[in-house]
Design a protein around this ligand. Structure first.
Ligand code: ARG
Length: 514
């Protein structure tokens, strides 16, 4: 009777509704493989310290491998028959231990949970899952940055307005925008990368909260599982979730970056802006208005951002009142972590696809820049450079010219008549040569303005070349770090696989009649 496995004190089995309410079995599908690996490493350690004989070890290892194989092919959790008493398991830890005991009997299977608790076990599983997610997400960020750089190279000179307060501000280039996203994403990458080192520490062996009298070897299990160190304090290891919340914060900030990019793209794809056109593959339509091309994937990225931020807030309020020690409340952090990871991975993939495929309407973007007064500051600066007049005075002059142009059906500054320019010049008491001013007004076009501005970080094409170089340099550092981490992890897990096979050989020979 499986319920007796944990319920040594209780006389009765758990109420059915309570079991459904408590059970984390369905969400635990995300950590099943990690749980089995962790248990295999733990059993190898129990053998090393003499708790499990080699024969017992090999039986348990092969029973666990069988569960892994069957769960992959038959979905053991999803397909548990409801009349099977294993379906009464409250979580994956209970289910796996029950399955092993069902397979090998309690005399052997009943030894596998020696010197550990579900409290260190669940944190171990979460940490193994999240460290893989961090690596996957970092890789997806890098891919997205690379696609932004590729796209930017096509648009170093493509003129587009820059906005503040959503009003046309200065003239820029499409590439300058795309590179700005890359810099932001590099910081997202840095944040996540940094969180990895805190996640990749082993809690295994902390037991329920206060350690164990069994002479366990925590370093051995940690190194078998590819951890770079231990969480030193058993209370800390089982109670704390701050590193997970840090991970969620990184994801929330990353999503807010994606959401801003999505918002830019949504605006740019409206008929009013018409700067870009999304690929048909990345747009939806209307059931009733046949002309519609809607940016639904971008809108979903915006809304999923709210969901991830919401989950971060939930996680913070979930832990803030918990005393130290494990509490069942902590179980509800798991779906938050899994769902946030999934949302972020999907969003990065979609953003990359959209970036790879959108078309820029160069002509229209230039036309709107020409119609705007986005060169006003450039004109003012040309005058300052030439005459060294206080900027504030020139600001007045250009502001008055713009006022005049707007009153005259929004004509460009270059089309104000010489007479009118002269009158405004006199009115503002600025002493500059009229012909030279007329020349500056005509000469300062949007296309030229980006070459006039040479300041570090500006949209000047030379600056952009440098930006691409510096982004690519940083990317290289992160790519190296990432492959190093992946190498270390897969070397450790490959080694674990070998050790498991080595220690199960006797068992598999027996199973094959050898
Ligand atoms: N299902 C639990 C969780 O996800 C596992 C730990 C249970 N520990 C306990 N003492 N009830 O958090």
């Amino acid at each position: 009777m499986i319920q007796i496995l944990y319920r040594s004190r209780q006389k009765e089995t758990l109420d059915k509704d309570v079991l459904n309410f408590l059970s984390s079995l369905n969400q635990d599908i995300n950590i099943l493989n990690y749980d089995i690996l962790g248990t295999q490493a733990h059993c190898l350690m129990l053998n090393k310290i003499g708790i499990l004989t080699s024969d017992e070890l090999s039986k348990i290892l092969s029973s666990l491998s069988k569960i892994k194989y069957e769960s992959k092919n038959k979905g053991i959790i999803q397909n548990l028959p409801s009349n099977n008493e294993l379906s009464l398991s409250e979580d994956i830890h209970e289910l796996i231990e029950s399955l092993v005991i069902q397979d090998l009997g309690i005399d052997i299977g009943g030894k596998m949970h020696t010197g550990r608790s579900r409290n260190d076990q669940v944190v171990l599983d979460i940490r193994m899952k999240v460290r893989d997610d961090v690596i996957d997400i970092c890789e997806l960020i890098i891919k997205f940055i690379k696609s932004l750089i590729e796209k930017s190279k096509e648009h170093t000179n493509t003129i587009i307005s820059l906005y503040t307060h959503l009003q046309q501000a200065q003239i820029g280039t499409v590439s300058h925008y795309l590179l700005s996203y890359s810099f932001n994403l590099l910081r997202d990458l840095e944040r996540l990368s940094y969180s990895f080192d805190k996640i990749n520490l082993s809690p295994l062996g902390s037991c329920a909260i206060g350690g164990t009298a069994i002479p366990i070897d925590r370093n051995y299990t940690a190194s078998l599982l590819g951890f770079q160190g231990l969480l030193e304090n058993s209370i800390d290891a089982t109670s704390s979730r701050d590193s997970m919340i840090e991970y969620l914060s990184c994801l929330s900030i990353l999503m807010s970056t994606l959401s801003r990019i999505a918002e830019d793209f949504i605006l740019w794809s409206t008929s009013e802006f018409n700067y870009i056109e999304l690929s048909d593959k990345f747009s939806s339509t209307s059931s009733v208005m046949p002309q519609k091309k809607n940016p639904d994937p971008l809108e979903i990225i915006r809304s999923r951002t709210s969901i991830v931020i919401g989950m971060l807030l939930t996680s913070l309020s979930l832990v803030k009142n918990l005393p130290s020690g494990y509490h069942r409340d902590l179980q509800d952090l798991k779906p938050i972590l899994f769902n946030s990871s999934t949302i972020v991975k999907e969003s990065l993939l979609i953003m990359k696809g959209i970036t790879d495929t959108f078309k820029v309407n160069k002509k229209n973007a230039l036309h709107l820049a020409n119609k705007s007064y986005g060169v006003s500051l450039d004109i003012a600066e040309q005058i300052v450079i030439k005459y060294n007049i206080p900027f504030r005075k020139v600001h007045k002059l250009i502001g008055t010219l713009v006022q005049h142009a707007v009153k005259n059906e929004n004509i460009p500054l270059s089309q104000i008549s010489k007479d009118d320019v002269n009158k405004i010049l006199k009115f503002t008491h600025i002493k500059i040569d009229l012909d030279e001013l007329m020349f500056i007004l005509k000469d300062t076009t949007p296309e030229k303005s980006i070459f006039f501005r040479k300041s570090y970080g500006s949209p000047n094409p030379m600056q952009q070349k440098d930006m691409v170089k510096s982004i690519e340099k940083s990317l290289l550092v992160y790519c190296k770090l990432l492959s190093r981490r992946k190498e270390l992890l897969s070397a450790a897990l490959d080694n674990l696989e070998k050790v498991i096979i080595l220690n199960t050989i006797g068992e598999s020979k027996k199973n094959n009649g050898g």
